[in-house]
Design a protein around this ligand. Sequence first.
Ligand code: GLU
Length: 572
Amino acid sequence: MNRLVLASLLALPLAGCATYPNDTALDDVATAASPVWAVSAADPRAQEAGESILRKGGSATDAAIATMLALTVVEPQSSGIGGGGFMVRGTADGSVTSYDGRETAPSGATPEWFLGEDGELPPFIESVRSGLSVGVPGNIALAAKAHAEHGRLPWAELFEPAIALARDGFEINPRMYNSLTSAKNRAAFSESGRALFYDAAGEPLAVGTRVVNEPLAQTFEAIAAGGRSAFYSGDLAAEIAATVAADTPRAGAMTAADVAAYEAKERDALCGDYRGYRVCSMGPPTSGGIAVLQILGQLERFDLTALGVDNPVTWHLFLESQRLAYADRELYAADSDFVSVPVRGLVDPDYLAARSALISADSTMGEVTAGTPPGAPQALADGDEPEEQGTTHFAVVDDAGTMVSYTSTVEGPFGSGLMVGGFFLNNELTDFSRAPEVDGRLVANRVEPGKRPRSSMSPSLVYDPSGQPFMVVGAAGGGTIPVQTARSIIGAIDFGLDAEEALGLPFLMAFGDRVLLEEGTWLEEQADAFRALGHGDIMLREAPVKAGAILRGASGWNAARDPRLEGQLETP
Ligand code: GLU
């Protein structure tokens, strides 16, 4: 993992995730009488949007869509209809499917897309703040497809909470203020962004300021009335294409035909076993689900419960498993519609057992390289992987026990900074490897026309050994996402933690040979124990985490946000 990943990782704006039922405070969740449904979202206002849909009898899919739309209003730094996402849906009887609403490169894009005229890569932010970085947005197409198959309420009703938030206004909370300050170069890039979120002197509007986003309310009304085609054809599609093209410094810029050609794809979910539980997640074009299943599968032969939750050896094993998974990820993960990704081979139990044999409880392994899973293609090279933050995870369980896990993103904070119709356009195409070749070999995740960039997002679901719905979990945070997700699952399964405790486990992650231990936790005190296990290069840092989960407990569903995020959402 490169410096850019680390730099962006350490700059992650914090976010929250919260509660149920019927506005029950987080503290009351454990005592609530058998909650039969739950919503977890990074912003309480978006969570309330999802809850209101469930109260009206909507399905988990309906509530997830309403939450996604509301987040477009109140958390524009992280996600929105100008971006994309992945949704995994699992029913109470164990039927699981997934929806791919990942952004696509325009038909004129080439592997050299991000290279300057001199053939060199420009600074990352130059690629971001340009039409080059914008993929055709996928969230509305995903929502329309999922709703057509699994909606209970009329499509237009799902837009009502988001329209109310945009039209009546919403207050800037401290977290959004921080993003407006730290990512001003994106949020204030376009005139519309400046007009919405900054004062006449160019300063971010203060915490507590009420923002009305009337253009977004009108955009929502158009899509509510006209369906998906109101987004992918007609005036809005033309405006998206024109806005992107005006800032694209080369031929091949996005056209209205590119927007019209977008399709959300229903894909098989990727499922595997972990200690008798069934874990289902998202397959390519995200690397997230593969990485989560690999990290867990490679740990299965170790008795983590016996080792203990506060034993450095437990978490040393976790780091080692990450290192193996991320080496594979760098080499193989990309859009499987374009390159051959050995998905089944990468999560094959025999392959994982062979990889796991490289892990020792006594010391770190030496250099970690990708393995050769069954079906591995030849002639791929490692790529660079610039990643930023700008993502949100939400989860829903409805009264039928259907679980929906949805991660939505505009890639970096406020995406490309370009705005249309009151929403930001993503910079998802910088999730491609900007360099098409390394050492003369093609990178799997290179730009190609119509291709979807590799992701790390890992919306996941877990069924318990008796097949009952057990957990809905995922995270934001670029390359840290699979680690956050796997850690939360281990917390629930190996250590019997509740949702909040599982999300609150100290964070640690291996970046190649470097290891981040979360400062201020017991991990910091045990840094020498990690050194003794061979982890020589240790960074003590704040953990850039933003996970969300719903977990079944003794008294019903229990929704949680990361306990570190308390206070990030309240407007004084
Ligand atoms: N765009 C990234 C991805 O798809 C996520 C970025 C983030 O979490 O902040 O993996």
